[in-house]
Design a protein around this ligand. Structure first.
Ligand code: G1P
Length: 296
C-alpha cells in the first residue's frame, strides 16, 4: 500500500431534497456560495492539501458536475476574444485543478455504499472522503491538517468537532481517548455510533465531513449490513474495521460551515462574501443598512 494520499472521493449522488425546488433539475453540489459551486470549495481544499485526483460518486442528472471541472473550449475562446482575461484564468483554473473521474451510485443506499462504489477507482491506496456540504475555512487546509496526522500514524484519520448536545443525533459520534503524543487535537477512537439518541451518545465529538481512510475499509463496508433505513452507513463500516486497526480523530483548527441546510447555506454565503475583497465592502454596507454590524 502506498502511503501517499492522492485521491479524494466526493459522494454527490443525493437528491438534495432540502433545497427543493432549486435542486429539481440542478445538483445540490452546484449551488453557489458567492460565485463558486459548493463542491469547488472542497475540490480546492483537496488541491491545496496536495491531492491530485477527484472521484465523484454521482447519479442520474448530475453530469453538470463533471462538465464544471472539464475544459470548456467554447467558453474559453469567447472570453479570450472579448479580452476578459481575469475571468478566462478563473475558468481555466477550474479545469486544470485536478484529474476528475466519476462513478455512478444507481440507488441511494447510503454514504458507506457510495464509498464502496468508488472502490475500483481508488484501488489499493489510502484516500480521502470529502462531504462537500461541510466547507472549511482553515489554514493549513482541513485535509492538509489531517494528512499531516495520517503521515505520522499510517491509520485512518477522521475530522471531528464538538457539537451542542442537542445536535448529536445528526452526526456520527465518537468515544475517544486523548493522543497528545501524535499532535494537538488528536484522539484515539475507542468507539463510534451513527446518529445516536441524545441520551445514548458517548460524547459530543461529532464526525464532520472529512475522512482519510485506508483501502481495508472496502471489505469492512462489504461486510456491513444496511441499517433500519436500508442504508449502509460509513460509520458502521468504520466501526467494524476499528476492531482490527487503530483509528484517529482530529479536531480541525478552523471554521466549518454546514452548507447542507438552508440556514447553514445562508451563513456560509455571508461568511465567504465578507471574506471576498471584490464584494465584502459593498456587502458590509448592505448588512449595516439592515442594522447588522460585524466584520470577520
Ligand atoms: C453523514 C455521516 C455522519 C456525519 C455527517 C457529517 O451524515 O453519516 O456520520 O457525522 O455526515 O456531515 P449526513 O449528514 O449525510 O446525514
Amino acid at each position: 500500500m502506498s502511503a501517499l494520499i492522492r485521491k479524494a472521493v466526493f459522494p454527490a449522488a443525493g437528491l438534495g431534497t432540502r433545497f427543493l425546488p432549486a435542486t429539481k433539475s440542478q445538483p445540490k453540489e452546484m449551488l453557489t456560495l458567492v460565485d463558486k459551486p459548493i463542491i469547488q470549495y472542497g475540490v480546492e481544499e483537496a488541491v491545496a492539501s496536495g491531492l491530485t485526483d477527484v472521484i465523484i460518486v454521482t447519479s442520474r442528472g448530475k453530469s453538470v458536475i463533471e462538465d464544471h471541472f472539464d475544459i470548456s473550449a467554447d467558453l474559453e475562446a469567447h472570453l479570450a476574444a472579448k479580452g476578459k482575461h481575469a475571468l478566462l484564468e478563473e475558468v481555466k483554473k477550474v479545469s486544470s485543478l485536478i484529474t476528475v473521474s466519476s462513478v455512478r451510485q444507481g440507488e441511494p443506499l447510503g454514504l458507506g455504499h457510495a464509498v464502496l462504489m468508488a472502490r475500483g477507482l481508488v484501488g489499493d491506496e489510502p484516500f480521502a472522503v470529502v462531504l462537500g456540504d461541510d466547507i472549511f475555512d482553515a489554514k493549513p487546509p482541513a485535509l492538509k491538517q489531517m494528512v499531516d496526522v495520517f503521515e505520522k500514524v499510517q491509520s485512518p484519520v477522521i475530522a471531528v468537532e464538538r457539537v451542542p448536545q442537542n445536535d448529536v443525533s445528526s452526526y456520527g459520534i465518537l468515544a475517544v481517548e486523548p493522543a497528545p503524543e501524535v499532535g494537538p487535537g488528536v484522539h484515539r477512537i475507542l468507539d463510534m455510533v451513527e446518529k445516536p439518541p441524545r441520551d445514548q451518545a458517548p460524547s459530543n465529538l461529532a464526525i464532520i465531513g472529512r475522512y482519510l481512510l485506508t483501502p481495508d475499509i472496502f471489505p469492512a463496508l462489504e461486510a456491513t449490513k444496511s441499517d433500519k433505513s436500508g442504508e449502509i452507513q460509513l460509520t458502521n463500516g468504520m466501526k467494524r474495521l476499528l476492531q482490527d486497526r487503530p483509528f484517529y480523530a482530529l479536531e480541525v483548527d478552523g471554521v466549518r460551515h454546514d452548507a447542507g441546510n438552508k440556514v447553514g447555506f445562508l451563513k456560509a454565503t455571508a461568511y465567504f462574501a465578507l471574506k471576498r475583497p471584490d464584494v465584502s465592502e459593498a456587502f458590509t454596507e448592505y448588512l449595516k443598512s439592515l442594522g447588522f454590524s460585524r466584520s470577520l
